[in-house]
Design a protein around this ligand. Structure first.
Ligand code: FES
Length: 112
């Protein structure tokens, strides 16, 4: 079973976390099930970008991003080459290290 390690985030996961993940289920759902309250303003339907994560390890084991996801990611705060919408990225066979960015697109709109 793959594991997900979540790097510390000051608000949603101050001490970091590590848990056994379910293959084939998206990262966002699995974080929420662990009570890691990542933003998910469109209820996991690939329409909002608030669930952006950076997959520091295991990125290539995920399913491929759709064009819709890529378009939304272009608006993400702190976009990297390892960025995904966590509601669209399904866990494969490999352990993942996931970073929740400091800000979401909503914060960026409010404060910048
Ligand atoms: S929850 Fe909206 S894009 Fe993932």
């Amino acid at each position: 079973m793959p594991k997900i390690k979540v790097l510390p985030h000051p608000e949603v996961c101050p001490n970091g976390a590590e848990f056994v993940a379910i293959k084939g289920v998206n990262i966002c759902r699995q974080l929420l099930d662990q009570e890691i309250e990542i933003e998910h303003a469109c209820e996991l339907s690939a329409a909002c970008t608030t669930c952006h994560v950076i997959v520091r390890e295991g990125f290539s084991s995920l399913n491929e991003a759709s064009d819709t996801e890529e378009d939304l990611l272009d608006r993400a705060w702190g976009l990297t080459a390892q960025s995904r919408l966590s509601c669209q990225a399904k866990v494969g066979d490999v352990d993942l290290v996931v970073e929740i960015p400091r800000y979401t697109i909503n914060h960026a709109r409010e404060h910048h």
